[in-house]
Design a protein around this ligand. Structure first.
Ligand code: NDP
Length: 283
């Protein structure tokens, strides 16, 4: 079997062209969807992510701004900036780019963002809504993965989904979203024993570890659907995922590449959430 590749770049272009029309309609009703991204410090990776988000917003007509703060900014000062954005009716989405400097308590910041503007879907209120199956902002990477599966009409119900990684932004929520879709979910992490025995049972394998080539064909069964979330930069500057793509390609039924896989979908779902916020759909 040779897997069908789920190209996140192509799917995100299709979705963005639909979003363009939605934004156009909103603008005709004098609603200009607006996303504010707050960037603390000058981590080059964060800067590049933030610029990518701004570019993608502009592509679909969402107005966006980046507020850049020095890495010496205090937690109190950052909270003040968020307070101002929370109270500004013209700002529909607020995103604070992570990671933050160590002297700032990330959870304090996330919990201070108005849940109605939490387009990252990281606020505990929105996480609770997601866990109880209510309509809300879904975290962008997990939502992007779900959208990729749906785009291929892949049945999730009844499948065994194995998730490697249990971070709050990827691993945990993607498992929850698949559970909401009636998958049977198993989580694995760095303390999991016999990883290979578990991954070989997966119908859907989501890999969100952050290490190149942790999964190859020996870890998967025939026909598996492999979603590679990892983004790893190699010494030569190129990007690679967590999965040995070529090795798994011959056993999987579907597989996502890196680059042009989950990455572009993450930004696209951020745009989706911003439009949803502008429509006032999350209360
Ligand atoms: P974290 O570092 O927060 O989590 C990594 C997880 O992998 C942890 O749960 C850890 O276990 C687990 N892990 C580490 N080593 C192993 C191992 N050998 N076997 C099994 N599990 C292991 O990372 P994130 O979730 O934030 O990100 C994961 C990857 O996805 C990164 O490469 C990141 O860059 C990428 N990413 C990509 C996005 C995209 O848009 N495509 C968006 C966000 C992230 P433990 O909990 O026990 O430590």
């Amino acid at each position: 079997m040779v897997a069908e590749v789920i190209n996140g770049k192509d799917l995100s272009m299709e979705l963005k062209s639909e979003m363009k029309k939605e934004v156009h309609d909103l603008r005709n009703k004098n609603v200009v969807p607006h996303l504010t991204v707050v960037l603390v410090g000058n981590n080059p990776a964060s800067e590049s992510y933030v610029n990518g988000k701004k570019r993608a917003s502009e592509e679909v007509g969402i107005s966006s701004e980046i507020i850049k703060l020095e890495d010496t900014v205090t937690e109190k000062e950052l909270l003040k900036v968020i307070d101002r954005l929370n109270r500004n009716d013209k700002v529909h989405g607020i995103l604070v780019q992570l990671p933050l400097p160590n002297h700032i308590h990330v959870q304090h910041i996330i919990e201070f963002i108005d849940p109605k503007k939490d387009v990252d879907g990281f606020h505990p209120y929105n996480i609770g809504k997601m866990m109880t199956g209510q309509d809300t902002f879904l975290p962008c990477t997990p939502y992007g993965i779900l959208t990729m599966l749906r785009s291929k009409n892949i049945t999730i119900e009844g499948k065994h989904a194995v998730i490697i990684g249990r971070s709050n932004i990827v691993g945990k929520p993607v498992g929850q979203l698949l559970l909401n879709e009636n998958a049977t979910v198993t989580y694995c992490h760095s303390k999991t024993k016999n990883l290979k025995e578990i991954t070989r049972l997966a119908d859907i394998l989501v890999v969100a570890v952050g290490k190149p080539n942790v999964i190859d064909k020996h870890y998967v069964k025939d026909g598996v659907i492999v979603i590679d979330v990892g983004i790893n930069r190699l010494d030569d500057g190129s990007l690679t995922g967590d999965v040995d793509f070529d090795s798994c390609l011959e056993k999987a039924s579907y597989i996502t590449p890196v680059p042009r896989g989950v990455g572009p979908m993450t930004i696209t779902m951020l745009l989706h959430n911003t439009i949803k916020a502008a429509k006032g759909m999350v209360q």
